[in-house]
Design a protein around this ligand. Structure first.
Ligand SMILES: Nc1ncnc2c1ncn2[C@@H]1O[C@H](COP(=O)(O)OP(=O)(O)OP(=O)(O)O)[C@@H](O)[C@H]1O
Ligand SMILES: [Zn+2]
Length: 721
């Protein structure tokens, strides 16, 4: 190769041509360093005919500086990167960057230095050193990482190294992971489970593209089934990727995996320490990482030898990324399996309608597990009509739910209360003048968090202490909390069941793997009587003593009229209901609602999933909504409202007039102010036959906007705010 075309990691530059200097060997996919003016850029050597750019004359070509000591990005992954960029209308370089994951890992293995406490007991300590000493017990990391953990400056820690309180440790980045053992603790599967597992095992052996939907009720043992496919991949020396929707679930998964295979899997997520990240990336690219578990970002990594992909809780909307490259990891996982030629298993008790449709059309092979493992029955579901069975004044739990909670406590069984709202109260207002606390950066109320004594915005993170007096009228002691969040429900439980031991499970409390682990251990050891949680606690957990689930407000998710609100409500409630009665004792679910007649609630109460899917399918068909039609959104934002509006109007004004595409808007977004940016939205509804992405590219491509305007395209959107 004399002349090469690079995809460089800079969306503005994109594609550049270079000369390969004498003696340097590279191939397509090689990761190289190239000069750019006085600077250097990283790039991937790409097939020139697949990337268009202005030809640079031979005489002007500058030579590459060198190749990184990392395996080249495979052709299959290059094709997936192209497909993703094309489908989601995203810059190729932004997608490719996700494959690199850790830029520092590209520099090679070797060693790095980390620090940990020596255990020395100093006579006297500054308050900062004392705080660091406290915070860093059992921790190890770079100075920067430890400084962040302890909330002190790097300088404080350097001083502690000098004083002998911290010591340097050499970490080998290429030290191998202990091998997982496919036969470590093989369970005896039920006949149904074994049939499902055999199909997956055959698919792993076939080494061909094969998409599956594993549709099994809650507690049917979906994990045990796909673990058998994982075991087969391990026996054959192939790598496995398991995608989970949230990091909070990984802790649970990790323990189950270790039980089954003798060692923990390799984790990949955004809060890995830099040395862990480098080690994991190198093992993934080198083929020695056997099973990788991660959130979305693990999907684009350069696995050397992938043999199976599993997407667990595949219906979860958090697989859709809503910033940067707006891709859906569930869908891209299927595409990756296709390009790589391997099986992919989407597992869920409440599959997305899109997934169901593909299964019905025969595109995905559907494998059913219709009953719970070990003879456990699905729980009994009853509706509490809040219009007839109102909670006491200032309370949120209806008398029947309170009685059920008391009954379980008396019997020593566990209960779970689900409310998908963090904090104490979603709105705080002044009793005297009616002033409402609103975020200065977003169209959103500030949510009171009573434990941290703060008012917080759940969109931008803005926080302020709860004031003594109303900032508007100055009256003291006049603020009222409106509506419940989980913290308020926890207070109510403490009042009605003072002797009950409670656990609050939200992203505020489950903010580290350690916290999640502690919660799971407590719940399993029956050190908790009542769990109060947000959607975090609705899925994945298996607590055999949990026999009662109370849904505090089933109508919450139906408000706002999002196009998938019905489906999402169904999934959340069915999932949380699925936590009840998983052991020997039967489960009961009480759903509080003001709309018992709503189709979703009725379907849940009757345990009639098919009726719900049928009704939802018809509604979507009528509306031309996915999977029958397609949507795309264009979000225009700027710190300057009029600038955002005129840009949105310019887009609306040049909208193509096509028979198979309808453009709605622009209209102010429901979240019309977000992180200080004013937002307008357009929604495109297209027939399946429409060339949606091509049309959007041709429509927006020629338009020019002021520098402060951002235009984001969201293909197959999940968020409409
Ligand atoms: N064949 C088996 N032998 C022993 N235990 C099993 C078997 N199958 C399932 N279990 C146990 O039953 C419980 C439920 O299984 P699992 O959590 O895999 O269900 P699931 O289908 O993933 O449920 P959910 O969708 O509700 O998370 C787990 O504790 C699991 O270990
Ligand atoms: Zn905000």
């Amino acid at each position: 190769m004399q002349r090469v075309r690079l995809l460089v990691f800079n969306a503005a530059l994109g594609v550049l041509d270079y000369r390969v200097p004498e003696g340097m060997t590279i191939e397509f996919g090689s990761i190289v360093v190239a000069p750019l003016g006085p600077r250097q850029v990283l790039g991937i050597v790409w097939e020139a005919e697949r990337l268009s750019t202005q030809e640079v004359p031979e005489s002007k070509l500058r030579p590459l500086l060198g190749a990184m000591p990392a395996p080249p990005i495979s052709e299959r992954l290059r094709r997936l990167i192209e497909w993703t960029a094309d489908y989601y209308c995203a810059p190729l370089s932004s997608v490719a960057r996700m494959a690199l994951g850790s830029i520092s890992a590209l520099r090679g293995g070797g060693t790095t230095t980390e620090y940990r406490l020596t255990g020395a007991e100093p006579a006297r300590l500054t308050p900062q050193r004392a705080a660091a000493l406290d915070a860093l017990q059992g921790e190890q990391g770079s100075i920067r990482e430890l400084a962040e953990l302890a909330s002190v400056s790097d300088g404080v820690l350097r001083g502690m190294v000098g004083a002998g309180l911290l010591e340097a440790v050499t970490v080998d980045l290429d030290r191998p992971y202990p091998p997982a053992r496919p036969e470590f603790a093989q369970p005896t599967l039920s006949e149904l489970q074994q049939d499902a597992a055999d199909i997956f095992i055959d698919a792993v052996r076939a080494e061909k593209f094969a998409p599956f939907l594993l549709d099994g009720v809650t507690g049917s043992g979906k994990t045990e089934c796909y673990f058998e496919a994982v075991a087969e991949a391990l026996r054959r020396g192939r790598q496995v990727l398991v995608l989970l929707p949230e990091i909070a679930l990984t802790e649970n998964f990790l323990r189950r995996f270790e039980h089954r295979f003798g060692v923990p899997p390799i984790l990949w997520h955004s809060s890995l320490k830099s040395s862990e990240r480098r080690r994991a990336w190198r093992a993934i690219a080198g083929g020695t990482a056997q099973v990788v578990v991660g959130a979305r970002s693990a999907l684009f990594l350069p696995y050397a030898n992938l043999g199976l992909i599993v997407v667990d809780e595949a219906h979860e909307i958090s697989f859709k990324q809503d910033d940067g490259v707006r891709y859906n990891a569930r869908d891209v996982a299927v595409m990756r399996a296709k390009f790589e030629g391997l099986p992919v298993v989407l597992a869920s008790a409440t599959p997305a309608l899109e997934t169901m449709q593909l299964a019905e059309a025969g595109v995905y092979r559907k494998i059913d597990l219709p009953s719970r493992f070990g003879g456990a029955q699905l729980p009994d579901i009853r509706v509490l009509d809040l219009r007839e069975e109102a909670p006491e004044r200032g309370r949120w739990l209806a008398p029947k739910l309170v009685d059920a909670l008391k009954d379980r406590l008396a019997k020593g069984e566990q209960s779970l209360l689900f409310l998908n709202r963090r904090g104490y109260a979603p709105l705080t207002l002044c009793r005297n003048c009616g002033y409402r606390f609103q975020c200065p950066n977003c169209t959103a109320w500030l949510v009171e968090h009573r434990f941290s004594k703060r008012l917080a915005c759940h969109h931008c993170g803005h926080e302020t202490p709860v004031p003594e007096a109303c900032p508007e009228c100055g009256t003291g002691d006049c603020l009222v909390a409106c509506g419940p969040g989980v913290e308020r429900i926890a207070d109510e439980v403490a009042e009605i069941l003072p002797e009950a031991r409670t656990a609050l499970v939200t992203s505020d409390t489950m903010n580290s793997p350690h916290a999640v682990g502690e919660f799971v251990a407590m719940a399993e050891n029956k050190a908790v009587d009542v769990i109060i949680g947000t959607q975090l606690v609705t899925k994945g957990y298996h607590f055999p003593e949990l026999t009662l689930v109370g849904v505090v407000d089933a109508d919450l998710g139906l408000e706002g009229g999002d196009l998938r609100a019905g489906e999402r409500t169904y999934q959340q409630i069915a999932q949380v209901a699925g936590r009840a009665g998983r052991g020997e004792k039967p489960g009961e679910v009480l759903i509080q609602t003001r709309h018992p007649e709503a189709a979703v609630i009725a379907a849940l109460a009757n345990g009639d999933r098919d009726a719900f899917y049928a009704a939802e399918t018809e509604a979507r068909r009528d509306a031309g909504a996915p999977p029958f039609g397609r949507w795309a959104a264009i979000i225009v934002s700027s710190e300057d409202q009029s600038e955002a509006l005129s840009a949105a109007r310019a887009i609306g004004g040049t909208a193509p007039n096509l028979p198979d595409m309808l453009v709605l808007g622009p209209a102010p977004a429901p979240l019309s102010l977000l992180r200080g940016r004013h937002r307008f939205r357009l929604l495109i509804n297209a027939r399946r036959s429409a060339e949606l992405q091509k049309t959007i590219r041709e429509w927006l491509g020629p338009l020019e906007f002021p520098r402060g305007v951002r235009v984001n395209i969201d293909i197959d959107p999940y968020s409409f705010v």
